[in-house]
Design a binder for this molecule. Structure first.
Ligand SMILES: [Zn+2]
Ligand SMILES: [Zn+2]
Ligand SMILES: [Zn+2]
Length: 474
């Protein structure tokens, strides 16, 4: 047994600075490893893990304040705090031709801060396909990276090939990281969806390798999307169509729900422990993105990047340099956090961003089902309606990244079209927490309200019965 004098219970003014130093020295270590390191550095100290965590919390808290970032009330923030987190600047997106994409649907601005949504113009029947939509940004599922690397999947539509490098497929002319089932997919990938944008092709823009390495190592699908959004805008601006560049700018900064990723993550309980690390990581990837898509004259990549811009220009001219406002809007750290948050709010499970689909609001009892149907899917003819919803996709028959919006039941003219952002099989509590954490709002849909009333009734009944029991057995 240790001699009593060997054991030291460090006071707070000794422990806290030690924990602070430890965190500064090992910014990437997790709590368990940091705790182990503390024991190594101070073998004579006796500190419980609980106490260590507390010290870590107070250290992290003071760092946040000293950085000038507003401290967040984690865990029990009021709904008003959370709702103010969302900059749901949901103006209209004039670049979408709704009448031709979805003739039975129109955009409506709702009052009371709800923003825009979609409503039915006509009666819709169960099983009816309202519209199908191709993404304007696509990203590959990290699980499928090995298929991309071995030339067994199309980098644009993600169709799996029956064999590696099949006869009709084409590879990128500049690099060996992208393969396509057809020429059409290759051209879509370069311009329409940025699945393999020229600015993000490592054969044309060498620094892309660093970005791809980061994305693949961290399986950072959202970062992938952020880079593709910026590349699409920059490509249209520098050698494409000025109107399209303006459209993308409008869609991103005025047409889509947005939130700063920092504000969003600060609401999470673990922020106090991981916040500093997250910011460090974001700063790193922000620098990588800037080096790739807006290198400065002092950067190694600068000359090659300028040559690429000139080569892409229709008259082989050097495009005008970015204005300060453009740099601020697309390449500042704050904009990076906004784009990152925007992707989190708007990216579909298939990894795509969709212009019209992004207008759909949430309900825990949705009247619209969103599906990625296989290429062979044919929407039911009017004479076949109403009909059952299509069965789940069979194994081996993967869906494309085209979205299909299907009516789950009869929808009347003027009814809002609603999808679910979360798994509707989950409990009310879980759905609400998921929505709060990932989308920044508390759900007050009719189902949530109804289930809350039922829960309250059950709670009231059980407390009543316990009171009665107490009275019966005084
Ligand atoms: Zn394809
Ligand atoms: Zn390429
Ligand atoms: Zn709900």
């Amino acid at each position: 047994m240790a001699n009593g004098s060997d054991i030291i219970f460090p006071a707070e003014d000794a422990l806290n600075p030690a924990v602070s130093d430890l965190k500064t020295a090992h910014p990437s270590l997790g709590i368990t490893k940091l705790f182990a390191q503390l024991k190594i550095d101070h073998p004579d100290w006796t500190v419980s893990e609980k106490r260590f965590r507390k010290a870590l919390q107070s250290v992290a808290g003071s760092t946040t304040v000293s950085n000038g970032t507003p401290a967040s009330s984690n865990g029990d923030a009021s709904s008003s705090t959370l709702e103010s987190v969302l900059i749901a600047d949901t103006g209209m997106d004039p670049s979408i031709d709704i009448a031709s994409i979805a003739p039975k649907v129109k955009v409506k601005m709702f009052s009371g801060g709800k923003g825009k949504g979609l409503v039915a113009k006509e009666r819709l029947q169960q099983g009816e396909v309202l519209w199908q939509e191709e993404p304007w940004i696509v990203t590959a599922d990290p699980e499928l990276y090995p298929f991309l690397a071995s030339k067994r999947m199309c980098s644009q539509c993600f169709t799996l090939f029956p064999q590696a490098d099949p006869p009709l497929s084409v590879s990128c002319s500049f690099c060996d990281t992208a393969h396509f089932c057809t020429r059409l997919c290759y051209s879509k990938a370069r311009s329409k969806t940025a699945a393999h944008h020229d600015l993000l092709c490592p054969g044309q823009n060498p620094d892309v390798v660093n970005l791809l390495t980061f994305i693949h190592q961290k399986r950072a699908r959202s970062i992938d999307a952020v880079a593709r959004i910026i590349a699409r805008w920059r490509g249209e601006r520098d050698w494409g169509d000025k109107t399209k560049a303006d459209e993308i700018e409008h869609r991103v900064w005025k047409g889509m729900a947005r939130v700063s990723q920092r504000k969003k993550e600060m609401e999470r309980k673990e922020w106090e422990f991981v916040g500093e690390m997250r910011i460090h990581e974001w700063k790193l990837v922000h620098i990588i993105i800037c080096n790739v898509l807006n290198p400065q004259p002092t950067d190694e990549n600068y000359k090659k990047f300028q040559r690429l811009l000139i080569a892409k220009h229709p008259r082989k001219m050097k495009p005008p340099p970015l204005t300060d406002a453009e740099v601020d809007r697309w390449f500042s750290f704050e904009s990076f956090l906004q784009l990152y948050g925007l992707v989190g709010l708007n990216q579909e499970d298939s990894g795509g961003l969709y212009a019209l689909h992004a207008h759909l609001n949430h309900s825990c009892e949705p009247n619209i089902q969103v599906r990625n149907m296989p290429k062979s899917f044919v929407p039911p003819a009017p004479s076949e309606l109403p009909c059952d919803l299509p069965p789940p996709i069979q194994a081996g028959n993967r869906g494309t990244n085209k979205l299909t919006m299907i009516a789950r039941r009869t929808i009347h003219p003027g009814d809002e079209l609603l999808i679910s952002y979360v798994n509707i099989a989950k409990s009310r509590e879980d759905r609400r927490n998921d929505l709060r954490e990932d989308y920044g709002f508390w759900c007050y849909c009719p189902r949530c309200v109804r289930e809350k009333k039922e829960e309250d009734k059950v709670a009231a009944a059980s407390s009543m019965s316990s009171i009665q029991k107490d009275e019966a057995n005084p």
